[in-house]
Design a protein around this ligand. Sequence first.
Ligand SMILES: *Cc1c(COP(=O)(O)O)cnc(C)c1O
Length: 361
Amino acid sequence: MKRVYNFSAGPAVLPEPVLKQAASEMLDYNGYGMSVMEMSHRSKAFDQIILEAEADLRKLLNIPDNYKVLFLQGGGHLQFAMVPLNLMKNKVADFIITGEWAKKAYAEAKKYLDARKIASSEDRNFAYIPDLDDLPISPDADYVFICENNTIFGTKYNKLPDTKGKVLVSDLSSSILSEPIDVSKYGLIFAGAQKNIGPAGTTIVIIREDLISTELEPFVPTMLKYHIHAEKGSMYNTPPTYGIYICGLVFKWVLGLGGLEKMKEINEAKAKVIYDFLDSSKLFKGTVDKKDRSLMNVTFRSPSEELDAKFVKESKAAGFDNLKGHRSVGGMRASIYNAMPHEGVVALVEFMKQFEKENAL
Ligand SMILES: *Cc1c(COP(=O)(O)O)cnc(C)c1O
């Protein structure tokens, strides 16, 4: 068996102990004589899986009692529509545009309400997080939307914007569980599982109860109403059962490591290995402002597209997979999510040093 170091932005690397446990439980989960995939979502066994997953996530993020946790489907993209459909009252929402995902969320919301760009870093191809201190928040905004870790561009918010009392909605798809957050500062958080939590197909929504409205526009599809999923404990229809099971195993893995304070320490040490190298390298350069660097997605480039392509090709052959940058940025991107081992980053930097020697300018 050969496992590569997988730097994919998502679907992404999962912790090996989780994969091993899932493999060992594939034919017979816990004496039930079947795989979790084959089980009724109404069974006692699955009920325990989803309740434990929720309890463990609540423990990890210290989620206050007045927030609901929902296990949904449809990815981040469906949340770009569900958020406006469920939160609009005045039909105004403010957006901070820090990359492709925030742009997409803005464009989708525009179909339903008056979406306003209140800040943007598009002028420098999203290489930084805009100034957050005195934003022109709309007095009648139903919410303010941010994408907190910009998966494609490699930036992250190091503090939350002052929303002047308005509800904060955050897309945490690529950084949830990478470090502690204060859930009480948000009205709604969502994250597709496939970056830092589990397999594609499960989307986690954490929403403050008072924002779960039952008085929605009549055209809103039943499946897109938070209150339906909240009332039914994410079991209005068949939930993504196997994905929720794997998410649950990942939550236990993070708890076993020592929770999010510990996770943050591990992630900072990992990110430092590669950022320190980038700062000293003569060949490679980081592509974003240092103060706004992501802990999870490290973007960098060499002096030319030809050399970038050569690096991607040779790194793949050496067992470092998925280092090609997103098409909208070019260059390279190493996604170093929770499950990427420290050794993986150290080995990558060794490879980069070697490449730099061989391709000295
Ligand atoms: C990957 C990603 C998305 C899109 O997620 P899908 O699950 O593919 O819809 C949205 N936002 C962020 C920050 C992402 O990283």
